[in-house]
Write a protein that binds this ligand. Structure first.
Ligand SMILES: CC(C)(COP(=O)(O)OP(=O)(O)OC[C@H]1O[C@@H](n2cnc3c(N)ncnc32)[C@H](O)[C@@H]1OP(=O)(O)O)[C@@H](O)C(=O)NCCC(=O)NCCS
Length: 370
């Protein structure tokens, strides 16, 4: 069988709809039933648009004299944030009738080569359901290692199923012939901070539009920025863009000043709407004084009591012992370590993937019959 790999185009929409709409394939992915060509036409138009850095490949073979698409794979930048630009995410699917014939291997080889040799990518990561033995075996062949188990990660045919995160670091990262740079030392907190002059008390309230510039300024302060995927000196407008419109966001205030911020951004993908990403930060001079706990308690009460969320997730730099302790106090568990996943002060640092699952919610008592 001769297999040809080429970049996908919008005209492959029918093939994507056929392969990814197959009940033998889509339950293993994040897809849902009833896909169609139009849906794939618009997705492919978006992902293959000029200027996009995504690589969308299809595998074609000749069947009865006609070229037929039998598999597809995508390699997507995980973020355009400077500190996360070295991470890419991979996805793959092979038509049911073409599986176990080397198509997956060919697509994975092409994706890894592209990431290693052309894309400035150090880390490739993916999510795979923990019972998808075929895919896990394929990924292991290419050096992917299991880093975490994400419990109740997605809904699949009526049941919440666990997912593994697997990642592969570049086996031989290209390096310019320069001496290794020393790690940059974080500057001390700004000298203008007047410790102890505040009243010592704070209040927590919903974050308002008028707070956002102060929140953006807090997030890029030394002593805070290191643990977030942001950069010092980022313009407020860009930080505000990244803050986006979380489902719930809170500020901690003292004497009218924002000293803490926390938010939950609910995942928008249909099958992940039970999960939310947590962001939390406290001004350096207010750390260790209960502000983080107050913010987190309020967010968890919102998530459990009002939003029906099952899962809250956050990536914490491995060196942030205080953050890990705070999260552990609220039932977060370390699900695994993402190696070299965040550029931090000139070094590629590990992060811990921490998550908290809500205890099973109760049912309100059934009303007695009249
Ligand atoms: C996972 C998938 C992409 C593999 O593609 P494929 O073309 O069947 O894989 P290949 O024939 O190239 O096999 C490559 C390796 O994968 C592993 N593998 C593939 N199918 C397997 C199976 N049924 N059981 C165990 N290992 C399997 C083997 O290690 C194999 O190498 P080997 O043949 O030298 O033993 C394919 O099964 C698929 O599309 N499944 C549905 C969608 C999906 O699960 N995508 C991944 C989501 S994370």
């Amino acid at each position: 069988m001769t297999l040809t790999l080429r970049r996908a185009t919008v005209d492959d929409a029918a093939a994507y709809a056929r392969i990814l709409g197959d009940p033998a394939v889509y339950p293993n992915l994040m897809q849902v039933p009833y896909t169609n060509e139009d849906i794939w036409r618009s997705r492919l138009a978006e992902r293959t648009a000029p200027g996009k850095n995504d690589l969308m490949l299809v595998a074609e073979r000749v069947v009865h004299g006609q070229a037929e698409v039998v598999g597809s794979a995508g390699l997507h930048p995980s973020s355009d944030l400077p500190r996360l630009r070295h991470v890419a995410v991979i996805g793959i699917s092979v038509a049911a009738e073409a599986q176990r014939q080397g198509v997956g291997k060919a697509l994975m080889q092409a994706m890894c080569d592209y990431a290693d040799r052309w894309m400035q990518v150090l880390r490739i990561e993916l999510a795979v359901y923990s019972d998808n033995e075929a895919a896990i075996a394929l990924y292991r062949k290419f050096g992917f290692e299991i880093e975490s188990t994400q419990r109740g990660y997605a809904l699949r045919d009526g049941a919440y199923v666990d997912s593994l995160t697997m990642a592969r670091l570049h086996p031989n990262p290209p390096a310019a012939a320069l001496p290794a740079a020393p790690a940059l030392r974080a500057a001390p907190p700004s000298a203008t901070v007047q410790r102890g002059t505040a009243s010592g008390s704070w209040s927590v309230r919903g974050c308002e539009e008028s707070d956002l510039d102060a929140v953006a300024a807090l997030m890029i302060r030394r002593g805070v920025v290191e643990d977030l995927p942001l950069t010092p000196w980022a313009p407020a407008e860009r930080v505000r863009e990244l803050i986006g419109k979380p489902a719930c966001s809170l500020v901690a205030l003292t004497q009218g000043h924002v000293v803490g911020y926390a938010s939950l951004a609910v995942q928008s993908v249909l099958r992940r709407r039970h999960a939310a990403g947590l962001t939390i930060c406290v001004a350096p001079e207010w750390q260790g004084r209960g502000v983080g706990s107050a913010l987190l308690a309020a967010l968890i009460e919102w998530a459990d009591g009002w939003a029906g969320l099952l899962r809250i997730e956050i990536d914490v730099p491995a060196q942030s012992a205080a953050a890990a302790k705070l999260l552990a106090n609220f039932g977060f568990e370390n699900e695994g370590t993402r190696r070299a996943s965040l550029l931090q002060g000139g070094m590629f640092a590990d992060t811990h993937s921490m998550a908290r699952l809500r205890p099973r919610p109760g049912w309100s008592a059934v009303r007695p019959e009249a």
